[in-house]
Design a protein around this ligand. Structure first.
Ligand code: AMP
Length: 209
């Protein structure tokens, strides 16, 4: 199954993607994670991407599409994949049409006030990308690999507002673009509550294909 997760930053796409990946045995492809890996290098490209990411802007389409195209050509994507954070512009969605057929687009919906609360308390493991909240992990150490957690630069309050504006302007038009393949889910409840209807939907879709 080839799946896109659409939704504002902080709506819970990453958490949902991990559950789908585990149960349906397909890789989660997070362009944010791919870019965070690039940023760890010491190159002019890494510095450029780091600057864009920390200000909450979007990496240019051409570079993003190339990165995804290369990742989707790997053998683990043959059976399917979950795109988490891509496409983020109509130009990226148009480019993706020429790379791969997409079975379904899951739109994760959450009110901006809750997103701001959740992102402000989000902590990320810099080693394995596991996501926590300061409420459920006050020690701020990764429960999987014991690495001290960090707050991403772009999860700081001043950048969150900008990221939500970027989503509204550049990414929300994709809701229309994919209106023929859209499954909507609210992520206002717990991660398991969010996942339940998605799992049922994907199981039915898988049985049909
Ligand atoms: P994320 O982890 O998905 O919130 O992504 C973190 C940051 O990486 C974004 O704020 C962008 O700067 C960059 N990024 C991730 N995915 C894309 C994309 N599809 N297009 C452009 N920039 C992206």
């Amino acid at each position: 199954m080839k799946i896109i997760l659409l939704g504002a930053p902080g709506s819970g796409k990453g958490t949902l993607a991990k559950k789908i990946s585990r149960d349906f045995d397909i890789p989660q492809i997070s362009t944010g994670d791919l870019f965070r890996a690039i940023v760890k290098e010491d190159s002019p490209l890494a510095h450029k991407v780091k600057y864009i990411m920390s200000s909450g802007g979007l990496v240019p389409d051409e570079m993003t599409v190339e990165l995804v195209k290369d990742r989707l050509s790997k053998s683990d994507c043959k059976k399917g994949f979950i795109l988490d954070g891509f496409p983020r512009t109509v130009a990226q969605a148009e480019a993706l049409e020429t790379i791969s057929k997409i079975d379904t687009v899951i739109l994760v919906e959450l009110a901006n006030e809750i997103i701001i609360e959740r992102l402000s308390s989000r902590r990320t493991c810099p080693n394995c990308s596991e996501i926590y909240s300061t409420e459920d992990n006050p020690e701020e150490v990764c429960k999987k690999c014991n690495t001290p957690l960090i707050q991403r630069d772009d999860d700081k309050p001043e950048t969150i507002k900008h990221r939500l504006e970027v989503y509204e302007t550049n990414t929300s038009p994709l809701i229309n673009f994919y209106s023929d393949r859209l499954f909507k889910v609210s992520s206002a409840g717990s991660p398991d509550e969010t996942y339940r209807p998605v799992k049922t939907f994907l199981e039915k879709l898988e049985a049909k294909n």
